[in-house]
Design a protein around this ligand. Sequence first.
Ligand SMILES: [Zn+2]
Length: 189
Amino acid sequence: MNIAGGTHHAFTSRGEGFCLLNDMAIAAGYLLNQDLAKRILIVDPDVHQGNGTVQIFQDDSRAFTFSMHGAHNYPLIKERSDLYIGLPDRADDNFYLSVLDKNLKNLLDRIQPDFIFYQSGVDILGTDKLGRLNVTKEGCKQRYRLVLNAAKESKIPLVATMGGGYSPDFRDIIEAHANIFRLAQEIFF
Ligand SMILES: [Zn+2]
């Protein structure tokens, strides 16, 4: 559990969107190159597409990039994730969670990863000034539960990073993000 990071807009040769180095891609590359993992799934449901991560792994079939992002949000020009889902503006809890649930389960069955990186950006919240979606704090918590439970049931180790969050009241960001630590403790310990 990383209380920071998830800097998914950093490319091989440049930084972008508040991101200098792509921590998840560097860590995933290390695991693959050291033969500590053979097939990595990167789950990135931050409201902004993780364009840097996709570019870094575009020619590497050992890492699968799953992006769920606002279709009309930054970055304007998106990279083609291995699984690419653009969400409509104002998508709510039910819509958001059903899309994630269905696709995540399918992917775990199909890809059988031995490691998961999870970018848990909270800019999906309805309070977010950049987000354009309409997910509640409870919906965001359900998203964590869904991903953490799936990893646990499949016995796949997972690293979670922070990602974005731009609600004007910092307490919304902190409270939403703190829920992943509370849930991880509940689910894994
Ligand atoms: Zn973001």
